[in-house]
Ligand binder design. Structure first.
Ligand SMILES: Cc1ncc(COP(=O)(O)O)c(C=O)c1O
Length: 275
């Protein structure tokens, strides 16, 4: 695979950063991740908007325009000839003399094969555990997944696949996905505060508008336990049912009707978006 690094297209193995980069010294960088279908980026403008927002909020010393990043992506897709893929854009804190203050930002863009969830997870859903934690600067997509990675062992010990964060009884999101609840009254509920606003979440809200009553509000742990259906959304997972929270079975214990219907419409929506 060819990667872009600071103005050059190189073999991935040669796309290297100096050890003084603030991403290595302090875990300080913004990133974003989108998919390609049929050699075309999916919802690219949405992802670029969020990437540039993260860059600005992290106060990185960025020297690239949105158009330049778009051109690099187009070139990378041409070089790698991978129709279905994930593309990751990372902008780091730069080579910092003090090891603490941001310097000129480094930009790396890589392309990779996609690992999407197995079919059985889409049908049966996954188990998650809950954990009290609030991400720092939640509206920023930063490379800091300290808690999520640290919790991996606990997640495995509980035979779960992921962890749902909550704080003061209010649930927020998963380390890499947003949350949707379908209430017993058939309302589609998602939260707004203290989360990263996912692009998949945004598209699901667009798809659901006019089809279901949509409510955006704080969601309590009780509402999770009493939900008719739950699902998570993310770029790689699309729409993935959550059928167990700790030891509580949600709904029938399999993917619910509304989740499955939304998943089907999401698949056709993304196909039509690259036509
Ligand atoms: C903290 C967090 N929340 C939500 C998401 C889902 O966002 P998207 O649908 O844009 O992938 C991500 C994606 O990685 C994330 O890191």
């Amino acid at each position: 695979m060819v990667a872009f690094i600071n103005g050059e297209y190189k073999d991935e193995e040669k796309a290297l950063l100096h050890v003084s980069d603030l991403s290595i010294q302090r875990g300080y960088a913004a990133f974003d991740f989108f998919r390609t279908l049929d050699f075309k980026p999916l919802f690219l403008d949405d992802y670029l908007e969020r990437f540039f927002k993260s860059i600005e909020l992290l106060r990185l010393n960025n020297t690239y325009s949105r158009q330049q990043v778009k051109d690099i992506i187009r070139q990378l897709i041409e070089e790698n000839k991978l129709a279905v893929s994930g593309i990751r854009m990372t902008m780091t804190g730069g080579y910092s003399q003090s090891g603490y203050e941001p310097a000129t930002a480094n930009l790396i863009i890589t392309q990779q094969k996609l690992a999407t969830p197995p079919e059985e997870n889409i049908k049966e859903g996954i188990k998650v555990i809950t954990y009290e934690y609030q991400r720092d600067l939640p509206e920023i997509k930063s490379i800091n997944y300290l808690m999520g990675v640290w919790l991996q062992q606990k997640v495995k010990e509980q035979q779960a696949s992921d962890v749902l964060y909550y704080k003061n009884n209010i649930v927020t999101e998963f380390p890499r996905s947003n949350l949707f609840v379908i209430s017993k009254d058939g309302e589609l509920i998602t939260n707004q505060k203290n989360i990263l606003e996912g692009i998949t979440r945004k598209k699901v809200l667009e798809l659901a508008a006019g089809e279901f009553p949509v409510i955006i509000k704080d969601i309590t742990l009780d509402e999770i336990n009493n939900a008719a259906e739950l699902f998570m959304t993310s770029t790689t997972k699309r729409i993935l049912p959550v059928t167990r929270v700790n030891d509580k079975i949600i709904g029938s214990g399999n993917a619910g009707q509304i989740t499955t219907a939304l998943h089907t419409s999401f698949l056709s929506f993304e196909r039509s978006a690259v036509k």
